[in-house]
Design a protein around this ligand. Structure first.
Ligand code: SF4
Length: 332
């Protein structure tokens, strides 16, 4: 029986951290058991915001792929590919751009938000406005049944569905409407308590070895009310406890809650337990990653093979799209 097909992508912004792992990658690894999976490193999407300095894209592509493989994405079961090695995405993006009204793109919530957040960059470009359209092309070119996303990305999938309806209305039923496969959100703070992010220099990376993880966790911000060891604290306002929620079993969380509220444990005890569970969780990644990192050629081969496979599917869809739009000039 055919399994439903899903597609998701990540920008090659650099090595992946625990936020990426717990927010998406771990879920992708599990989805491989139930779905036919296409996972794309979306390098063109990086250019929508980083067009002025593309110098690290190539290096980042291999970093991301190495992290994917270390985390358990399996090229024997899933198609792992680079977006720009399937240029049909760009053709479909162009054709969709003929059909989609500009206000549909302007009202995407992240459009204005990101322009404000990244005000040091000039994001008044067409590429930035059109990126949800490119994302739609990424999804529908594989006729994906569903897209695993966090809640913040759900409006993009909804937009894709609207675009599919409009396209199918004009040209016939070429594309299925992709469904949203919501990923449960886990709060993964960085070591300074803010959202874990490469740009805040507060991240724990998948490439960090056990010693580096220990060094990063030791000075991590805790509940500021616990100035002294004898001051009770509140796990609900402590970023270390957010990480316990993600990595520690219920028993340890209960121990930390009780010990924190009664000042029965110190923050260093609490962090030591967290470190133990986190390292246990990361052990398979730590076991696989150094070997993969020493064989970048193998990682490239996997991406190139995956891109060929993805391209064959994309080309078949584009034949249908061109025929539906009456721009197919093959000899009958
Ligand atoms: S004991 Fe644990 S939960 Fe409580 S403030 Fe310290 S690190 Fe945070």
């Amino acid at each position: 029986m055919n399994r439903p097909r899903i597609l998701s992508g990540m920008r090659p912004t650099g090595p992946l951290h625990l936020g990426n792992l717990m927010g998406a990658l771990d879920n992708w690894v599990r989805l491989q058991d139930r779905y036919e999976c296409y996972f794309s490193i979306v390098d063109w999407h990086s250019l929508t915001t980083d067009y002025a300095d593309p110098s690290s894209i190539r290096e980042n592509v291999v970093e991301v792929a190495t992290d994917w493989l270390a985390a358990g994405l399996d090229p024997a079961r899933s198609t792992l590919f680079i977006q720009s090695l399937v240029p049909e995405h760009a053709e479909l993006h162009l054709l969709l751009s003929m059909v989609v009204p500009v206000p549909w793109l302007e009202r995407v919530p992240t459009y204005k938000e990101q322009q404000q957040q990244l005000s040091h960059k000039d994001l008044s470009t067409y590429g930035f406005l059109g990126y949800p359209l490119l994302q739609t092309a990424d999804i529908v070119i594989y006729k994906a049944d569903a897209v695993p996303v966090g809640e913040d990305q759900a409006p993009h999938v909804e937009l894709s569905r609207e675009i599919v309806r409009r396209f199918n209305h004009f040209y016939g039923p070429v594309f299925p409407e992709p469904q949203t496969l919501l990923t449960e959100a886990k709060r993964i703070p960085g070591t300074d308590g803010r959202k874990m992010s490469k740009s805040y220099a507060n991240a724990i990376y998948l490439e960090d070895d056990a010693d580096t993880v220990r060094q990063k966790l030791r000075p991590m911000l805790t509940d500021p009310a616990r100035k002294r060891r004898t001051d009770p604290g509140d796990p609900d306002v402590c970023p270390v406890f957010d990480l316990h929620r993600a990595f520690s079993p219920a028993e340890t969380r209960a121990w930390a809650t009780e010990g924190c509220r009664t000042a029965g444990i110190g923050c260093l005890d609490c962090k030591a337990k967290l470190t133990e569970h986190m390292l246990q969780y990361l052990a398979p990644i730590h076991a696989r990653r150094p070997e993969l990192a020493s064989r970048p050629d193998t990682v490239w081969d996997i991406l190139i093979e995956g891109s060929k496979k993805a391209r064959a599917v994309a080309q078949a869809t584009m034949d249908e799209v061109r025929a539906a739009m009456k721009i197919s000039y093959r000899k009958p």
